[in-house]
Write a protein that binds this ligand. Structure first.
Ligand code: GLN
Ligand code: ZN
Length: 754
């Protein structure tokens, strides 16, 4: 017999929205190609939304979220709903024309000829990307869309009483950027009052159609800037809270603790409940104690990790929840953040090692953990039935540990005055991958299914490398690449070959728009049984007299785009990966490869949201990169590549990595980092991306030339490298050939005018 306990509700923040079989990806892509109509796309979307509601109800979750679906991105949805669309997209969309409406929506994300898309950047420290709204003092927010209302009504019709979820006004504004026309020093958050009017209208409207509660997501509160904005936070929710006829308001944050100050402000505001991430850092409970609990304000306690794939330690979480009962009159058990960051269902996996599988939980399983915890707390499920803490599969490798222990600090330094051979001025290259054609994908799938032999598959890859090398020679690039045709994904490719990693068959998560990735699971000590890239790189080098650049994925990126073990510090895990890469780099060098690129695409992404945690992160991140690269000869050119567009925070790290050449994304964010590096007298090579590869648009020679002239002004021609801003694998050959020709021609013109 279990004793009846307090009434406890259960909730999740959000759920994977791409569908069990990535239906959303396929539906969007065929709509973009003109193969399907707007109505067909809308129909698939509606089906996916209902599937999520049905799954959450089946799991037993009480508070089912709505408006967490998006055709591309929830920040973009918010911008469009409030008419915050830059003038270059302000086509006079015929009201009610759904096709027009969708076209404009996707144009904002993907660009049009002559109208570059909104900038895309990482959603906090995740690998999900949102589109950055551009706002100016003259911007007038107006409620022009009804997506949350329509999705609430659609769910109601299907029998689900949902809780609409909105990106909170503070988070929305603080994630936006000033448009070009905004005067220096002006910040989007100055639009708060006007935006609050529009949010207020929406809130009341949701109340009118029967929503009982609305959740506002304010993850910005987990950042330093958000924590400093408590005045605005209080103002925003006092304003919304004062509206008559409004639903109950829940303000939720995630990805870190919000601090006692923000908590106090929310407790004293009229909002009915506050949601906290109690997984990401442990301060939440101390903060709750510091404000003497929430009393009559409800607490939505995020105790099930929404971002990693490990089973919840149910007894420990249950104990935490027990403590929380004393700190609020109304407790809801929840995930730490949206489950969109983890794969949908562990049951879709058929080949994970059983000892690992027993330690895992994906979205389906996590929703059930939330429900189990809720039942235990309210006395409907016995503690004993809940099982023991999840097994921690510990796969240790004494050899790896001994090698790392034996490494001396000198092993991590390259000589400062190394003299890598000059290729420039304005040396041209690419970031590594060339288009993954459907032929390649088909060949890979056929090989995976066992329909072709290894030799047949390798032959396809060799032919592809031949073509990529010939194309690059024809275009006139200086440092070539093999094009990465053998890689399905820059992390997965290595994870499949390293010990300590497992890969999934169906573990897709959304990265941006229709793009999904399948992060591997790093569960044990990492080692390299054999060379991973030498064969393909050497083959490519054998086909040309120009230098071919070898391509490795760096330790931080391997971690950032995997689900990583939590039983040891990330830095220790990074060193193990770095050691394996160090061996690989040495093998490449031995095979005669003179340029080696170690991609750290995600260095910025793992940067802690709060300043106080950053120095320690950068220390281990930079240390791991150096461990991977410092064994190379002083005459080998070490390249690195990073793809992100907001640099202030990591300029120092770029310097500290000490690569000979760093290529970075700059096309969408103009040359900010280059300017900063120039100012700081940066000595090494720098390759600011001169055009945006996220969009199918082909850049003109003139536009690239202008970007290059700007870059030359900042860092001079000798250290300037010319490259696109990321790999080309998501593009088609037609546009890539033309874009690279334009790039090489632009470099030639700028060189000629030096
Ligand atoms: N070398 C990789 C590629 O070109 C880098 C990709 C990335 O930075 N995301 O695909
Ligand atoms: Zn990149």
């Amino acid at each position: 017999m279990t004793t009846p306990g307090p009434t406890v509700r259960t909730a999740v923040h959000g759920y994977p929205r791409i569908g069990p079989d990535r239906e959303l990806k396929r539906a969007c892509e065929s709509y973009w190609k003109g193969e399907t109509t707007a109505a067909e796309l809308d129909e698939v979307s509606a089906r996916l939304r209902k599937d999520v509601y049905a799954r959450l109800r089946a799991a037993g979750v009480d508070d089912i979220p709505s408006n967490t679906f998006s055709h591309y991105d929830h920040v973009l949805d918010t911008a469009v709903m409030f008419d915050l669309v830059p003038a270059r997209f302000a086509s006079p969309a015929a009201a009610g024309d759904r096709d027009e409406e969708l076209r404009r929506y996707f144009a904002l994300a993907r660009g049009l000829q002559g109208a570059p898309p909104l900038e895309m950047t990482k959603w906090f420290d995740t690998n999900y990307h949102y589109l950055v709204p551009e706002l100016a003092p003259g911007t007038r927010p107006r409620l022009v869309g009804d997506k949350p209302v329509a999705e609430f009504l659609e769910a109601a019709e299907a029998g689900y009483r949902t809780r609409p979820v909105l990106v909170g006004p503070l988070t929305f504004l603080m994630l936006s950027k000033p448009a070009d026309e905004a005067p220096p020093g002006w910040e989007p958050v100055e639009l708060l009052d006007q935006l609050l009017d529009a949010y207020g209208q929406l809130l009341v409207r949701l109340g009118e159609v029967g929503a009982e509660q609305v959740r506002f997501d304010e993850p910005i509160l987990a950042t330093d800037a958000g924590r400093r904005a408590t005045d605005r936070l209080g103002h925003a929710y006092r304003t919304l809270g004062a509206l008559t006829g409004r639903p109950r308001i829940l303000v939720s944050s995630y990805f870190g603790s919000i601090g006692a100050e923000a908590l106090r402000v929310l407790k004293e505001s009229p909002v009915e409940a506050v949601g906290l991430d109690l997984v990401t850092d442990a301060e939440g409970i101390a903060d709750l104690a510091a404000v003497s609990g929430l009393g009559g304000t409800g607490l939505v306690a995020g105790v099930v990790d929404g971002r990693n794939v490990w089973r919840t330690d149910v007894p420990a979480a249950s104990a935490t929840l027990g403590t929380l009962l004393a700190l609020t009159d109304e407790l809801t058990v929840s995930t730490s953040c949206s489950l969109m960051h983890v794969p949908l269902d562990l049951d879709a996996e058929t080949s994970l090692p059983p000892e690992l599988r027993g330690a895992l939980a994906f979205a389906e399983q996590k929703a059930r953990e939330v429900v189990l915890l809720g039942r235990m707390l309210s006395g409907q499920a016995a503690e004993e039935g809940a099982g023991s803490p999840p097994p921690a599969p510990s796969f240790t490798d004494a050899r790896v540990r001994a090698r790392l222990d034996a490494l001396r600090p000198e092993a991590l330094e390259r000589p400062a005055d190394r003299d890598v051979p000059a290729v420039g001025p304005l040396a041209t290259t690419t970031i590594g991958s060339f288009p993954q054609t459907s032929e390649l994908r088909r060949a890979r799938a056929a090989h995976r299914r066992g329909e072709t032999t290894r030799e047949e598959y390798d032959e396809v890859l060799r032919r592809e490398i031949d073509r990529v090398i010939a194309l690059q020679e024809d275009i006139g690039l200086d440092v070539l690449v093999h094009g990465e045709p053998e890689r399905n994904d820059m992390v997965q490719y290595f994870a499949e070959q390293l010990e300590g990693f497992a890969t999934t068959e169906n573990g897709w998560v959304q990265s941006y728009g229709s793009r999904c990735v399948r992060p591997p699971i790093l569960f044990g000590d990492v080692s390299r049984p054999r060379a991973m890239t030498v064969e393909w790189t050497s083959y490519a080098q054998s086909r040309t007299d120009k230098p071919v650049k070898g391509m490795l994925t760096g330790p931080v990126t391997m971690l950032a785009w995997s689900f990583v073990r939590t039983d040891q510090p990330l830095g220790d895990t990074a060193r193990q990966v770095a050691l394996a890469l160090r061996d690989e780099a040495a093998d490449l060098e031995r095979a005669g490869i003179r340029h080696i690129q170690v991609d750290e695409a995600a260095l910025r992404e793992l940067l802690p949201l709060r300043e106080e945690h950053r120095a320690r992160y950068l220390e281990w991140a930079v240390g791991a990169f150096r461990l991977a690269t410092s064994g190379l000869s002083p005459s080998t050119t070490v390249h690195t590549h990073m793809c992100y567009s907001e640099f202030g925070a990591v300029v120092g790290a770029v310097e500290a990595l000490d690569a000979d050449v760093t290529s970075i994304e700059a096309a969408r964010s103009r040359m900010e980092l280059v300017e900063e590096l120039g100012r700081r007298g940066y000595k090494r090579g720098i390759g600011p991306g001169v055009y945006d590869i996220h969009s199918p648009r082909v850049p003109s020679v003139e536009e690239i030339e202008a970007a290059l002239r700007l870059a030359v002004r900042h860092v001079g021609p000798e250290r300037l490298w010319v490259n696109p801003d990321c790999g080309l694998k998501t593009r088609g050959y037609e546009e890539v050939g033309q874009a690279l020709r334009n790039m090489v021609e632009a470099a030639r013109r700028v060189r000629a005018a030096l």
